[in-house]
Design a protein around this ligand. Structure first.
Ligand code: ADP
Ligand code: MG
Length: 338
């Protein structure tokens, strides 16, 4: 797989601050932000940025001691060394680093006290020596449940940055950058079509390009029109549309359970805060997860106008961008619905 660098990381509104912070760290180890904590949803480039920091440092300082490790591997590594009675070796490896890059720190949540303790000690040892630590997570420090408070506190010592999904224009730029060196001619309207099909995750965009180049190779097609693209990504979209058979009342029930609001209240018109939230979240999910038309969704919510559904959808969508807590709530409701 192509190397993760800053050069091939496309900047957009959703990641510009995380990218700037990552660049700053790679220019000035431990002098600026320590630790740097980057969080955001899946497929938004956290692992990419983390490795870009490591690669940049190694380019400039070839003998720097850099380690990239998913938190899960750190834990296993620790437990292995512990079992073999080789903790000194473990400590030596981790505590002599110049740069420690820990991916997906949320997997430390709920792990045994001894494991968290070891991470805590590693963190402190490096931080005390002014060695750089960069962490990524699928949620903000304050939403890391099952993690010791003193760890969470330390995560916020430096700088915390949030990555949000790319805007349409950024998705186009990402698609351009990922297709320009290919031996296929992706037309502009094809890129726009694709950017419209997958809007919350860069990994899906890459997957779509892979689907298309596979089909194009087999069928010996050079020009990737919308038709070619649509045909190639059908299976991928069907994966998504498996979900489309979800009935709206199932969504209403799950959202209602979650927020303690009855379906009747959701269909009604009372404007109490928690009822409004549940109603809007349920409308949002009905639009995201089902194939129903806006008027149909409105009808299922006690005969509301389709503009009400549009408004609810837009409202929740913009809230999610800013409110990590709400995003996680909706993720967990989605899991229950599927
Ligand atoms: P995460 O770790 O946040 O789940 P990844 O870093 O694994 O996401 O990104 C998923 C894929 O999308 C990777 O192949 C990565 O290179 C690519 N990607 C994500 N964001 C960008 C971006 N802004 N520009 C270019 N590629 C990106
Ligand atoms: Mg990742």
């Amino acid at each position: 797989k192509e190397k993760y660098t800053f050069d091939n990381f496309i900047q957009g509104d959703g990641n510009v601050w995380a990218k700037s912070a990552a660049l700053a760290v790679s220019e000035d180890l431990a002098l600026t932000y320590n630790p740097l904590f980057i969080y955001g949803g899946p497929g938004l480039g956290k692992t990419h940025l983390l490795n870009a920091i490591g690669n940049e440092i190694l380019k400039n300082i070839p003998d720097a001691r850099v380690k990239y490790v998913p938190a899960e591997s750190f834990i296993n590594d620790f437990l292995d060394h512990l079992r073999l009675g080789e903790m000194e070796k473990f400590k030596k490896t981790y505590r002599s680093l110049d740069l420690l890059l820990i991916d997906d720190i949320q997997s430390l949540s709920g792990k045994k006290v001894a494991t968290q303790e070891e991470f805590f000690n590693t963190f402190n040892a490096l931080h005390d020596k002014q060695k750089q630590i960069v962490l990524t997570s699928d949620r903000s420090p304050k939403h890391l449940e099952g993690l010791e408070e003193r760890l969470v506190t330390r995560f916020s010592w430096g700088l915390t940055q949030h990555i949000t999904p790319p805007e349409f224009e950024t998705r186009i730029a990402i698609l351009q950058s990922k297709t320009e060196h290919l031996n296929y001619n992706f037309q502009n309207d094809t890129l726009e079509y694709l950017a419209g099909q997958f809007d919350s995750n860069v990994r899906d965009l890459e997957g779509a390009i892979n689907d298309i180049t596979l089909v194009a190779r087999v069928k010996k097609i050079k020009d990737i029109t919308i038709d070619v693209a649509a045909e190639a990504i059908r299976a991928r979209k069907q994966d998504v549309s498996q979900i489309l058979v979800i009935p709206i009342d199932k969504i209403q029930n799950e959202v209602g359970n979650f927020y303690g609001v009855s379906v009747k209240e959701m269909k009604g018109s009372r404007r109490l805060q928690n009822i409004v939230l549940a109603r809007q979240v349920a409308m949002y999910l009905s639009r995201e997860l089902t194939d129903n038309s806006l008027p149909k969704i409105g009808k299922e919510f006690g005969g509301k106008d389709h503009t009400t559904v549009i408004h609810a959808h837009a409202k929740i969508k913009s809230l999610i961008d800013e409110d990590d807590n709400l995003r996680l709530e909706i993720e967990s409701i989605k899991k229950k619905i599927k």
